[in-house]
Ligand binder design. Structure first.
Ligand code: 13P
Length: 250
């Protein structure tokens, strides 16, 4: 069985001090939980401090992005081994906000997935359609393209830990959650597509997270669906109380 993963994507919120404060408040709220994995992805400047504060807990650290080169003259970029040195275990790749505002493409996503794997980081590769694409009946072709291109040239052995996050763009930060049936349908499609590309063993073991207006009020019905293995939470991950309530879904 797939172990659920509840991940918080803090986006461009929280200084190191604010992040540490959060971590200290979260720790007792999630103490003793080991039947699900928990991850927090702060902005780069807060990684080390938040990682330190999370050390005594079972909450893992993730980054929100990385660059694919090992080092070099790349002003403003962050290398995979720097994330590892800060204590990261996960890295989010290809979030729709990066695709939308920072020119991320399926090809840059592919390079970043390869770099993450090489560095021993768990890639959380984000995919999802826009509202226009959904209305045009393009949801599956878009997911197909993002997955096929994002994972091109990778083999199952490299991707044993791969996590895919399905985040319909129209559901991010809008309060509009996909219905559980819409989410399940997309997750099922993603799993069967990955099975075709990389084999059913990988696909059956792979965790697929849902993201887009996840809240304490809707997490349980999402997690009840057979192909939803966790959540990538934005807004509701910023407060220890709401995030811990999501972690403790039943
Ligand atoms: P919200 O939970 O704020 O909709 O954000 C989702 C998201 O983009 C997580 O990566």
């Amino acid at each position: 069985m797939r172990k659920p993963l509840i991940a918080g994507n803090w986006k461009m919120y929280k200084t190191p001090a604010e992040g540490v404060d959060f971590a200290r408040q979260l720790a007792p709220l999630v103490d003793g939980i080991n039947d699900r994995d928990i991850m927090i992805a702060p902005a780069f400047p807060a990684l080390e401090a938040v990682g330190g504060a999370l050390k005594p807990t079972s909450v893992a650290l993730g980054a929100q992005d990385l660059f694919w080169e090992a080092d070099g003259a790349y002003t403003g970029q962050v290398a995979p081994r720097m994330l590892v040195a800060c204590g990261c275990r996960y890295v989010i790749i290809g979030h729709s906000e990066r695709r939308q505002y920072f020119g991320e493409t399926d090809e840059t996503v592919r390079r970043k997935v390869i770099a993450a794997v090489k560095a021993g980081l768990v890639p959380v590769m984000c995919v999802g359609e826009t509202e226009k694409e959904r209305e045009a009946g393009q949801t599956f072709p878009i997911l197909d393209k993002q997955i096929k291109n994002g994972l091109k040239d990778l083999i199952a052995d490299d991707l044993a830990a791969l996590v895919i996050a399905y985040e319909p763009v129209w559901a991010i930060g809008t309060g509009k959650t996909a219905t559980v049936d819409q989410a399940q349908e997309a997750h099922r499609f993603i799993r069967s597509h990955v099975a075709e590309l990389l084999g059913s063993t990988l696909a059956e073991g792979m965790r697929i997270l849902y993201g887009g207006s996840v809240k304490p009020e809707n997490i349980s019905e999402l997690m009840a669906m057979p192909d939803i293995d966790g959540a990538l939470v934005g807004g509701a991950s910023l407060k220890p109380d709401s995030f811990s309530r999501i972690v403790k879904f039943n």
